[in-house]
Design a binder for this molecule. Structure first.
Ligand code: 3PG
Ligand code: MG
Length: 347
């Protein structure tokens, strides 16, 4: 993989640095509900401060607002960052997506972002799959470097694209089937096994378009309707009662998935096994998270829901690499070069 040049190579003393971070965090009642991505942005900011940057202008998108929208103001994120890293030299710009030029990668908006800055550092791995003004446009206007998080992500996820210790197991679930087919194509063919749960499994039940076999659940926890307190019962994977929905993998599949994961030496996991935010349908995802954490080898977890499950279970220390990228990690593992990375000169 082509690696972009590191911020460590930049001479930042006395300069104004534009930093693109991915501070797109979940908000609840106007407060930051999970600050993983803010914490992940700190090492690069600390490095710039230590090396005497005169000013650091941080920019990020937040959510998917259509134009200016008070619900997506950066203020809670700005406050949170200030509480973690109080330094007058750091300022946080307003949500880049309040401007229509951001997603359009409009040169005028890129110039507005670059205005008054000497250097550009992209540390927003989670947004590196987007060719936007703040991730690609500005890199053509200022000397551009990769931040520490971006480089860490490329290194850790990139290991899965190289030779890996075997058995190599791919575990996938969740709902966004189209998003994941590319990764399945690219990594699935190289993996020694592919386990599929969640809604993904249902999509593959009647027909598997992939050129290799996948392991599907044999039983599911079925519910009479899509509600937290619906009637629920274990049913064979292919014999759900009429109109019922599989909301988690069943106990037999749980045990089988855990057994296969325990034999692996390399695992990439993306996507929950069911509706794990509802406790009654969380057992499958928990079993997978625990099995992955117990693997003696190299384990990578990516994607918002799987990462949340890992964090809620307190297992993050036992996973080799927990990625801040959802779509970005999937696209990287598809074998694509990410536009935000391509825009930075090579190391
Ligand atoms: C993410 O949360 O996946 C990134 O911040 C990118 O956000 P987007 O999918 O709205 O571009
Ligand atoms: Mg996304």
């Amino acid at each position: 993989m082509r690696l972009p040049r590191s911020v460590r190579a930049a001479d930042v003393a006395g300069t104004t640095v534009l930093v693109r971070a991915d501070l797109n965090v979940p908000l609840e009642r106007g407060r930051v509900a999970d600050d993983t991505r803010i914490r992940a942005a700190l090492p690069t900011l600390q490095l710039l401060l230590e090396r005497n940057a005169a000013r650091i202008r941080v920019c990020s998108h937040l959510g998917r607002p259509k134009g200016e929208d008070p619900a997506f103001r950066m203020e809670p994120v700005r406050e949170h960052l200030r509480s973690l890293l109080p330094d007058e030299r750091i300022e946080v710009r307003e949500n880049t997506r309040f401007h229509p030029g951001e997603t359009a990668n409009d040169p005028d908006f890129a110039r507005e972002l670059a205005e008054g800055c000497d250097l550009y550092v992209n540390d927003a791995f989670g947004s590196a799959h987007r060719a936007h003004a703040s991730t690609v446009g500005v890199a053509g206007l200022l000397p551009a470097y990769a931040g520490l998080l971006l480089l860490d992500e490329l290194e850790h996820l990139g290991r899965l694209l190289d030779e890996v210790e075997r058995p190599f197991l791919l575990v996938t679930g969740g709902a966004k089937v189209e998003d994941k087919l590319g990764v399945l194509q690219n990594l699935g063919g190289r993996a020694d096994g592919v386990l599929v749960g969640g809604k993904m499994a249902e999509e593959l039940r009647t027909e598997n378009p992939l050129p290799f076999d996948v392991v599907l659940p044999t039983d599911v926890l079925a519910a009479s309707e899509f509600t937290e307190d619906a009637d629920a019962q274990v049913a064979p994977f292919d014999e759900l009662p009429d109109g019922w929905l599989g909301l988690d993998i069943g106990p037999e599949s749980r045990a089988e998935f855990a057994r296969r994961i325990a034999e692996a030496r390399t695992v990439f996991w993306n996507g929950p096994m069911g509706v794990f935010e509802w406790e009654r349908f969380a057992a499958g995802t928990k079993a997978v998270a625990e099995a992955v954490a117990a693997v003696d080898g190299y384990t990578v977890v990516g994607g918002g829901d799987s990462v949340r499950a890992v964090n809620e279970l307190g297992l993050e220390e036992r996973i080799s690499w927990v990625s801040t990228g959802g779509g970005a990690s999937l696209e990287l593992l598809e074998g694509k070069e990410l536009p935000g990375v391509a825009a930075i000169p090579a190391a």
